[in-house]
Design a protein around this ligand. Structure first.
Ligand SMILES: Nc1ncnc2c1ncn2[C@@H]1O[C@H](COP(=O)(O)OP(=O)(O)OP(=O)(O)O)[C@@H](O)[C@H]1O
Ligand SMILES: [Mg+2]
Length: 246
């Protein structure tokens, strides 16, 4: 009956609101944690410096360098957060222009190649076809830098990262495959969450903020596209980005 239907709808709404509220709480607690960590280490370092007036200059320099690194990290987190908030509020208009995806990929690969070279990672691109679609160059660049950057970052020395550009009638698909550390199955559903990082990544010094994929997904969704990830722990990861041609 109608009352029954209404009751069901109401219950569903309450559950949804509850979930939104839970996500909000978790987000606030994650942000606080991420901001506090660098703060804590800066506090320790500066307390140590202040506690004795007679440090060597070289020690001063070393400690200041630590503080400086933490400030950079804080800035990066805040920049990414502000960007994410803007993307989510739909404040960010797409600045669309007809773009050759193969050239865009070449640029991203070129930008990342020094990092790959340092780890002796073979970074290659198969994009023989010239494919042109409407996209926001700057935002898609940022998204590709993160996703291909992740593949390089989470692949150990002497590994390989392969990027393929494909198309069918309605879509283009960018495949990014690495033979790196992989993602445990239990973590896969969460890697697009803000600040989510798999333990192995978290333990790494080179690690980022865990906002990259959240931002990348928003950007792709703004373009009416989608991202999917499959992975095998210890074997590698495959990310597929699909974008509509029209
Ligand atoms: N290619 C990959 N191989 C293995 N793990 C990955 C890969 N890509 C992403 N991950 C896992 O997913 C997590 C989230 O990725 P995301 O790009 O959002 O964050 P990040 O790279 O840690 O930091 P940021 O991109 O903000 O600098 C990573 O911390 C890592 O654990
Ligand atoms: Mg990343």
């Amino acid at each position: 009956d109608e009352i029954g239907e209404l009751g069901k709808a109401f219950n569903l709404m309450t559950t949804k609101l509850y979930q939104v509220e839970e996500r909000r709480k978790k987000f606030v607690s994650n942000v606080s944690h991420e901001l506090r960590t660098p703060m804590t280490s800066m506090k320790i370092v500066s307390d140590t410096l202040l506690s004795s007036p007679s440090w060597d200059e070289s020690i001063y320099r070393e400690f200041m360098q630590d503080i400086n690194t933490e400030i950079d990290r804080l800035n990066k987190i805040i920049d990414s957060l502000l960007y994410l908030v803007r993307v989510e509020k739909d404040e960010l208009e797409l600045d669309l222009s007809m773009t050759y995806v193969n050239y865009l990929l070449e640029w991203v690969i070129k930008t990342l190649s020094p990092i790959a070279n340092n780890k002796n990672i073979q970074l290659s691109l198969n994009a023989a076809n010239k494919i042109q679609i409407q996209l926001d160059q700057e935002k898609i660049q940022q998204c590709l830098l993160n996703i291909i950057g992740n593949a390089v970052k989470y692949t150990p020395e002497n590994g390989r990262v392969v990027v393929d550009l494909e198309e069918n009638r309605d879509f283009i698909i960018i495949h990014v495959r690495d033979n790196g550390i992989g993602i445990p199955e239990k973590d896969l559903p969460f890697i697009f969450d803000r600040f989510y990082r798999v333990d192995e990544a978290r333990a790494r010094k080179t690690g980022g903020t865990g906002l990259g994929l959240a931002i990348s997904q928003q950007i792709i969704q703004l373009h009416q596209g989608s991202i999917s990830v499959s992975s095998q722990l210890g074997e590698g990861t495959h990310v597929a980005i699909t974008l509509p041609k029209k």
